[in-house]
Design a protein around this ligand. Structure first.
Ligand code: NOJ
Length: 751
C-alpha cells in the first residue's frame, strides 16, 4: 500500500459510504433528475477535491468490456483493440469509469475489486449494458411489446430484465430506446415503441419504472438511459445515422415527449444520438443538450455519448480532430464519452490550456459520482455482483412464463376470415411451412447481447406439444412445400424478415416480404388450401399478393425465449390475440414515411375513389393497408352508444363513454382507442391523434361501458410561439378500434 492508498482505508471508506447511503436513500434520491446539481455527500465531494485532472477525465471514460472478446464489440463497429489486462491497468490508474456489455458477475467482480482495492481513490466502477428486452430471458422486441398497448406489461418485463441484469453485475442499462419511428425503412424502429407519441410516452415511462424498481439504490435496480437524444428515427430516407432536418415544432410535438416522459419517471441518464439536427450533430448540440435539456427541463442527470459519437464529429465535418471533437462534445453538454477514449486523452490538456473550464469538468464528474452514489455503489460496490445470485436469477420459471405471456400479448391478428383461427386442437392435418416454422434461429430479434436463439423455443417444438403429428417443411424447395400443403388440411406459413434485416445499420430500401418467401406464399395460396401466414418482422411491411390476402394473418415479430409457445397459444386459442399495430402497415414501400397522424394537406382525397389533383400516389389511397391501432381478437366486438358529458370542454373535463359488446363465442380483450382532431387551429393539426386507450376483457355475450376523460391540457399543441397552446374551437372525436376506421364519432367545442 502506498501512502495515498492508506488515506482511504476500508474503514474510512465504509464510514463515508454510510453517509452516501443515507443520501442515496433520502427523498432527494427520487429527484435524481435534478440531483446532479446538488451537493454530493461530503465523503464523495472530498474525493472530487483530491482528484487529478486525469482522474477526473477517467470518470468520464466508458469503454466496451474487453473480457472474453467483449460482447459489445460484436454489436458495434470494431473499436480500438483492448485487452482485459490493459483495462485492469486503466482501472488501477483511475482512467476508466466503467465498462459496458461485459460478461457477467465474475468479470465485474474482478474489475471492481481492482477499482476499490488498487486504484488511488477507490472509486467504484459502473457496469453498463444494452439490456433492451431482457438479458438471458428474452422478452419480445420492444416494438412487439408496444403492440400489447399495455404499459404495465412493459413495466413487468423491464423489472424482470433488471432483476436478471442486476444479478449479473449490471448497474445501468442503455434503455429504453424512446425514439419515435415513422419511417419503416429505418432498421431500428424494432427497438422502440413505434410511431405514436402517446404510446411512446407511456411505454418510455413504464420501462424506466420497471428498470429502476423501488429506487436506484436497490440491489435489483438498474439505472435507465433514455436514448437516442434526439430524432434519431427521423433520418432522411430512413437511412441509419443519416441527417435529420425537422422543425423545432416537430421536435417539441413528436420527438421530445417520450424523453420528457422518461425523465419524469426518473431516468437519470440520456444518450446523445448519432445524427445531426439541421446541420448540428446532436453530440455537439448545445441548444439541445444545454438550453433545452438542462435549462428548460431542469434535467440534472448524466448525458452519455453514443458509441464513438464524440469522435464522429470529425466525420460529420464539425470537428477538425479528436481534440476538437472532445472539446465540442464536452462543452455542448455530453458528460461521458463512450468508447472513443477522447475525453481521457484530451480533457486534462484542454482544461490546463483554458479551453475547457475546470468548473465544467467538475460538473460532469459530479454527475457521474452522483449516479454512482444513487446506485448505492459507494455503499457497497459489489451490491449487484454476486456469481451465486447470478446463477439463481437467470431464466427462472417465472421469468420464462412472463416471456410467454408477453409473447402472446404482442402478436397482432390482422385478418381472420371465416374464423379460420383458432385452429382445431385435433382432427385436422396441419403442416408448418417456411423458414421460420422450425429451428433455433430468428427467435430473439436483432438486438440482444446476452440471449441466444439456441435457448429459445421454436414454433414446431411448441406446436407439437398440442399436435404431435404436425409436419414441418422449411419451404426451401417450393415443389416439396406445395406437395406437403396438398397433403394437409391447413397450412401454417411462417415467413417474413430474418432478424438481421432490422436493427442497427439495417435500413431497407423496400419494406416488402423477401422475394423467395413471397413466391412461396403465392405457391401455397395456389393450392387452394386454407393458410395462415405468420409474419416475422422487425418493422411495418408493405404486404401484397398472397400475403396481404391470406385468410388468416398474424404479425409475430421476434418474441424471444418463448417465441414458439406464444405463437402456439394464439394459434390454438389458449390465448386470444389482443395486440394492436404500433406502426401503420402501408400499401406500398413508396408511401413511407407513412403514419396515421399525418396532416390533411390542402387537397385531401374525399372518401371513395381516387380523384385527380388530390393528395395520393398513382393508384394508391393515402392510407394504410393495416393502420396503427388495428388488431383483431377471437371475439366479435361491437361499439355503440357514444355519450359525451357535455358538448363543450371548458375548465371541467369532458367525459366520453361508449359501450363495447362481445357478440362472439370466445372471451377476448379489446383495446378501445380515443382519437381527436382539432378542426381549425393556428398551426394545422393531424387528421387524428390518439389521446387515450383502454383494455376491456369481455366474455361471450358480455358488454361493458368504457370511460375516457379529456382535459384542456390533452388538447394542447405546440403553437406559433413553440410553446404548448390550446385554442378554443371545434374538435372531432372517435372511439374506435383503430386509427383509420370510423368507429363512433362525435364533436365538441373547446371554450
Ligand atoms: C450503438 C447504439 O446506437 C446504442 O444504442 C448502444 O447503446 C451502443 N451502441 C452501445 O452498444
Amino acid at each position: 500500500m502506498n501512502g495515498q492508498d492508506r488515506r482511504i482505508s476500508r474503514r474510512a471508506w465504509l464510514a463515508g459510504a454510510g453517509a452516501a447511503l443515507a443520501w442515496s436513500a433520502s427523498p432527494a434520491r427520487a429527484l435524481l433528475a435534478i440531483v446532479g446539481e446538488r451537493p454530493l455527500p461530503a465523503s464523495v465531494e472530498s474525493l472530487l477535491s483530491r482528484m487529478t485532472l486525469a482522474e477526473k477525465a477517467g470518470q468520464l471514460n466508458l469503454l466496451a468490456a474487453a473480457w472474453a472478446g467483449g460482447a459489445a464489440i460484436s454489436l458495434n463497429p470494431a473499436g480500438a483493440a483492448s485487452s482485459f489486462d490493459a483495462q485492469l491497468r486503466m482501472v488501477r490508474r483511475g482512467e476508466l469509469t466503467g465498462v459496458f456489455n461485459g460478461n457477467g458477475a465474475e468479470m465485474a467482480r474482478r474489475m471492481q475489486t481492482e477499482a476499490v482495492r488498487r486504484s488511488r481513490l477507490k472509486i467504484p466502477l459502473l457496469f453498463a449494458a444494452d439490456v433492451i428486452h431482457g438479458l438471458r430471458t428474452v422478452f419480445p422486441v420492444p416494438l412487439a411489446e408496444a403492440a400489447s398497448f399495455d404499459p404495465d406489461l412493459a413495466r413487468r418485463t423491464a423489472r424482470a430484465a433488471a432483476v436478471e441484469a442486476s444479478a449479473s453485475g449490471i448497474d445501468w442499462t442503455f434503455a429504453p430506446m424512446v425514439d419515435i419511428a415513422r419511417d419503416a425503412r429505418w432498421g431500428r424502429g424494432v427497438e422502440g415503441s413505434g410511431e405514436d407519441v402517446l404510446l411512446g410516452r407511456l411505454m418510455a415511462a413504464a420501462r424506466v419504472e420497471g428498470f429502476q424498481g423501488s429506487g436506484l439504490s436497490a440491489p435489483d435496480a438498474v439505472a435507465a438511459c433514455a436514448k437516442h437524444f434526439v430524432a434519431y428515427g427521423a433520418g432522411e430516407a430512413g437511412l441509419d445515422y443519416n441527417s435529420v432536418d425537422v422543425s423545432e415544432r416537430t421536435l417539441r410535438d413528436i420527438y421530445f415527449p417520450p424523453f420528457q416522459a422518461a425523465f419524469a419517471a426518473g431516468a437519470p441518464t440520456v444518450m446523445a444520438s448519432f445524427n445531426d439536427l439541421s446541420g448540428i450533430p446532436a453530440t455537439g448540440n448545445q441548444w439541445l443538450l444545454d438550453t433545452v435539456l438542462r435549462k428548460e427541463w431542469g434535467f440534472g442527470g448524466l448525458v452519455v455519448s453514443d458509441y464513438t459519437g464524440d469522435e464522429e464529429l470529425i466525420a460529420h465535418g464539425f470537428a477538425k480532430d479528436g481534440r476538437d471533437a472532445a472539446r465540442l462534445a464536452f462543452l455542448a453538454g455530453v458528460d461521458m464519452s463512450m468508447q472513443s477514449g477522447l475525453y481521457l486523452k484530451h480533457l486534462p490538456d484542454l482544461v490546463e490550456k483554458g479551453e475547457v473550464p475546470l468548473a465544467r469538468l467538475d460538473q460532469a464528474v459530479r454527475r457521474v459520482l452522483a449516479l454512482k452514489v444513487a446506485l448505492g455503489l459507494f455503499d457497497d460496490p459489489f451490491r449487484r455482483i454476486d456469481p451465486a445470485r447470478e446463477k439463481a436469477r437467470l431464466r427462472t420459471p417465472e421469468a420464462l412464463a412472463l416471456a410467454r405471456e408477453a409473447g402472446t400479448r404482442s402478436i397482432v391478428m390482422l385478418r381472420n376470415e371465416d374464423n379460420l383461427l383458432p385452429l382445431p386442437r385435433s382432427g385436422k392435418k396441419i403442416v408448418l411451412i417456411g423458414p421460420f416454422a422450425g429451428g433455433g434461429h430468428d427467435l430473439i430479434g436483432p438486438w440482444n447481447v446476452y440471449g441466444t436463439d439456441r435457448e429459445a423455443v421454436d414454433l414446431v417444438t411448441a406446436v407439437r406439444e398440442t399436435l404431435p403429428d404436425a409436419t414441418l417443411d422449411d419451404g426451401s424447395d417450393p415443389a416439396r412445400a406445395v406437395a406437403a400443403a396438398g397433403a394437409a388440411d391447413i397450412v401454417v406459413l411462417a415467413i417474413g424478415e430474418t432478424q438481421n434485416m432490422s436493427g442497427e445499420a439495417q435500413s431497407r430500401t423496400e419494406i416488402t416480404v423477401p422475394a423467395e418467401q413471397q413466391a412461396l406464399a403465392e405457391a401455397i395460396a395456389a393450392t387452394g388450401k386454407p393458410y395462415v401466414v405468420l409474419l416475422r418482422t422487425g418493422r411495418a411491411l408493405a404486404l401484397s399478393g398472397a400475403v396481404a390476402k391470406a385468410p388468416a394473418l398474424l404479425v409475430t415479430w421476434f418474441l424471444g425465449s418463448q417465441d414458439g409457445p406464444a405463437i402456439a397459444d394464439i394459434l390454438f386459442g389458449m390465448a386470444s390475440p389482443s395486440a394492436r399495430l404500433p406502426v401503420s402497415f402501408p400499401r406500398a414501400s413508396g408511401q413511407v414515411p407513412y403514419y396515421y397522424a399525418h396532416r390533411n394537406t390542402g387537397r385531401p382525397n374525399p372518401p371513395g375513389a381516387l380523384q385527380p389533383y388530390k393528395a395520393h400516389f398513382r393508384g394508391y389511397p393515402n392510407s394504410a393497408l393495416f393502420p396503427f391501432g388495428h388488431g383483431l381478437t377471437y371475439g366479435d366486438m361491437a361499439y355503440s352508444d357514444l355519450r359525451l358529458s357535455s358538448q363543450t370542454l371548458g375548465d371541467a373535463p369532458l367525459t366520453i363513454r361508449a359501450t363495447i359488446a362481445n357478440n362472439g363465442r370466445m372471451t377476448a380483450t379489446e383495446v378501445v382507442q380515443l382519437y381527436i382532431h382539432d378542426v381549425v387551429a393556428s398551426v394545422t393539426q393531424p387528421v387524428r391523434v390518439l389521446k387515450a386507450f383502454t383494455r376491456v376483457t369481455l366474455a361471450p355475450g358480455a358488454r361493458q361501458d368504457v370511460t375516457f376523460t379529456l382535459t384542456r391540457a390533452d388538447l394542447s399543441f405546440i403553437g406559433r410561439e413553440l410553446t404548448p397552446t390550446t385554442e378554443p374551437g371545434a374538435f372531432q372525436l372517435w372511439v374506435a378500434p383503430s386509427a383509420e376506421v370510423e368507429g363512433l364519432g362525435g364533436t365538441f367545442t373547446l371554450t
